[in-house]
Design a protein around this ligand. Structure first.
Ligand code: AMP
Length: 281
């Protein structure tokens, strides 16, 4: 497994493969990331991973400086996945002095994470567009864990005619249901225990949906009622939204919905979601 740090070395590594699956990450890898890499390798024959904590997707008061980093451990984990090469750029490589271009997706970036984290998806779209141009993958793999990010990237690829497929992979969870996240490392032991309430709350609403409930408010209320029973430090949102446009729904229709939430525990903000399946076509 090669480790490359320059754009020129990336391009040279890319030329060795016909098809390439690509997994962009911010590092501090866990089984969720590794599941994407294994799938990229299995489906494309070759897999590349980027590890880059992208400063432009963090707000001024967010956790860029303290975001967990352990590249040596990440590389050791990746060696077990069949990844062919890893792109590990410095900030100056991705953003040389004087760079001013940004990618603005509009529409689906306004709500949910975008409403709470202004500018976040501008940073995400810009760095992912740059990574796609540098790595030139046949397919790029993203996790359902960051559902709105998947919608934003799909929109960008469509709107800008980028020549690659976007593949969305299931959320990998801890045995107790907590969605794996690099940010789980921030949780104090008591917060970690309580954090399982996120998935429980989503599952409670999913169960009501499965038994026929279609009212957006009722489903959102079901989530909030479960969250209310556990100590947390604030709910940023509980959403039942159209899976394509992310607008809030009064009623869930035949295409189903994205049920998502963001909740704070101390200084840690966790997100999770479940897709409420639509009617079979
Ligand atoms: P990050 O390093 O947090 O930017 O994540 C890199 C990629 O891994 C993104 O596509 C995430 O959606 C995905 N990912 C993060 N956590 C999980 C998880 N628990 N299960 C599946 N994919 C995940």
């Amino acid at each position: 497994m090669d480790v490359v740090t320059t754009i020129a070395a990336c391009r040279a590594a890319r030329r060795r493969h016909t098809r390439l699956g690509f997994v962009p990450t911010m590092g501090y890898l866990h089984e969720g990331h590794l599941s994407l890499v294994r799938r990229a390798k299995a489906e494309c024959g070759a897999a590349a991973v980027s590890i880059f904590v992208n400063p432009t997707q963090f707000g001024p008061n967010e956790d860029f400086a303290r975001y967990p980093r352990d590249p040596e451990r990440d590389l050791a984990l990746l060696r077990g996945t069949g990844a062919d090469w890893v792109f590990l750029p410095e900030v100056e490589t991705m953003y040389p002095p004087g760079a001013t271009t940004a990618v603005d997706i509009g529409g689906v970036t306004a709500m949910l994470e975008g409403a709470v984290r202004p500018g976040h998806f501008r940073g995400v779209a810009t760095v992912v567009a740059k990574l796609f141009n540098i790595v030139q993958p046949s397919r790029a793999y993203f996790g359902q864990k960051d559902a709105q990010q998947c919608v934003v990237i799909r929109r960008m690829v469509r709107d800008l005619d980028m020549p690659l497929d976007v593949v969305v992979c299931p959320t990998v969870r801890e045995p107790d249901g907590l969605a794996m996240s690099s940010r789980n490392a921030y949780l104090k032991p008591a917060e970690r225990q309580v954090a399982i309430v996120l998935y429980r709350a989503l599952c409670a609403a999913e169960a009501r949906y499965a038994s026929g409930e279609r009212g957006g408010d009722t489903l959102r209320e079901t989530v909030r009622a479960v969250l209310a029973a556990a100590p947390h430090d604030g709910i940023d949102y509980v959403s039942v939204a159209d899976p394509d446009t992310l607008t809030e729904l009064d009623r869930v229709g035949p295409i189903g919905a994205l049920l998502s939430l963001a909740v704070r525990f101390g200084g840690t903000r966790l997100i999770d979601n479940i897709a409420l399946a639509g009617a079979p076509a």
